[in-house]
Design a protein around this ligand. Structure first.
Ligand code: FAD
Length: 393
């Protein structure tokens, strides 16, 4: 990115997408500040799948070895009928996935993943307790206003502020995300709580037509168990991000499921409930000096375990597009257009597949998702269907 050291980039949100963007831009020599509303991060009780398409970005950021050392390398992603337990598909991961896609498929604690990406960002970059409440981009530089009354300026602003994005709201107006009518239960507990001798595969999803539960280990030692569900629930209170759940209600939701599922739920000490939210595809991803990525522009159901992956791929594509233009000479708009054109088709496809909740239920080829390499994808020009190279011809 020519002239990068004179351009100040502000990233709103230090989630997985925001931190990935900060790490990539700083490695390229950009001046970056990240503004995060939370006073600090706690180790959120959740697991995360990091598939080969995302691990390629982690390799670029330089944290692949560390992630490999702490994560589970699952043998497979197994799908079973919820009631009979019959296997409907067993997609091999571990060495098979690495050989096929050139990068590993890992599973780990989400808090550990986040901590590793944050460590790749220069110390002092992330400012905690800074909740963005307003942006004035009528003048240059952009003026950002925060809930504590403070202000700051930047030449470009990246909104990586999640499903309830304030940056999206400033660009497009207020609009609540869509509640899908489904919730997820999440819980993590030590494997020692399970009955001795209970046989569990590394990662299993038990399905019926209207609900599922995914159970997996979170560490290479297989000593922590995590589950996440998808269950119909007609209503969710507005503006409540999550709440403690009832174990009795959870067990009732999975009555009649295979005995192993019952044993896992009986062993579970506590559960939290999360609403599953989506948005229709947005009419634009940027305006002027402001651009958005990740859940801020395409939140999705978590049923492909690719939401964070899409935020991280977005960050990498945005970085590539900025690298190719003269940002200091005002060409950021070209970069933003190319970024949106290069990402929208893939993000929308993943959003749709996640919504349909059929991923890996039956034998299928997931190469279009896991084989994607954001660093070798052609950058699209913004004109439908053309790449920059084709445009130059
Ligand atoms: P976020 O991670 O939400 O980060 C946004 C950040 O912005 C937050 O830190 C927030 O505090 C901050 N922020 C918000 N507003 C402001 C403001 N006004 N000012 C300053 N800061 C602000 N994805 C996967 O890839 N794999 C999985 O296995 C997976 N499992 C999931 C399971 C469940 C039940 C759910 C609900 C989601 C799951 N996801 C998974 C999806 C994934 O969590 C999201 O897609 C991902 O976190 C999006 O990243 P992001 O950086 O865009 O936003």
């Amino acid at each position: 990115m020519p002239g990068k050291d004179s351009v100040r980039i502000a990233i709103v949100g230090a989630g997985l997408g925001g931190c990935a963007a900060a790490a990539l831009l700083q490695q390229a020599g950009c001046k970056v500040k990240v503004y995060e509303q939370a006073p600090q991060f706690s180790r959120l009780g959740a697991g995360i799948h990091v598939s080969p398409n995302v691990m390629r970005v982690m390799r670029h950021i330089g944290i692949e070895d560390r992630l490999r050392a702490i994560a589970l390398h699952p043998a497979s992603f197994m799908s079973r009928d919820g009631h009979s337990g019959q296997i409907s598909s067993n997609f091999l991961l571990a060495d098979a996935a690495e050989k096929r896609y050139g990068a590993p498929y890992l599973i780990l604690h989400r808090g550990d993943f986040h901590a590793e990406i944050m460590r790749a960002v220069h110390p002092g970059t992330i400012q905690f307790g800074r909740r963005l409440v307003g942006l004035d981009q009528e003048r240059s530089p952009v003026c950002m206003k925060f809930a504590d009354g403070s202000q700051d300026e930047a030449d470009l602003v990246i909104g990586a502020d999640g499903v309830n994005s304030m940056v999206r709201e400033i660009l497009l107006g207020p609009e609540r995300p869509i509640y899908t009518g489904h919730i997820a239960h999440r819980s993590i507990f030590p494997r020692s709580r399970l009955p001795a001798g209970l046989q569990l595969d590394d990662c299993t999803k038990w399905w019926t037509d209207d609900r599922h539960i995914v159970v997996y280990f979170l560490t290479g030692r297989r000593d922590e168990v995590y589950f996440v569900t998808g269950v119909p629930c007609p209503e969710w209170p507005e503006d409540v991000p999550n709440m403690p759940g009832s174990l009795d209600a959870l067990r009732a939701d999975f009555e009649g499921f295979e005995p192993r599922v019952q044993a896992i739920l009986d062993a579970c000490p506590a559960v939290s409930n999360w609403p599953l939210l989506e948005r229709e595809p947005l009419p634009l991803w940027s305006r002027g000096r402001v651009v958005i990525l990740g859940d801020a522009c395409h939140p999705m159901k978590p049923h492909m375990a690719q939401g964070a992956g899409m935020a991280i791929e977005d960050a990498a594509m945005l970085w590539r597009c900025l690298e190719e233009v003269q940002v200091a000479a005002g060409e950021y708009g070209i970069a933003f257009q190319r970024y949106e054109a290069s990402r929208i088709e893939r993000a929308s496809r993943v959003q749709k597949e996640s919504h349909d909740n059929v991923w890996l239920r039956y034998p299928s080829d997931p190469s279009w998702c896991f084989g994607y390499d954001v660093f070798s994808e052609p950058i699209r020009s913004g004109k439908p269907g053309t790449t920059i190279k084709e445009q130059a011809i």
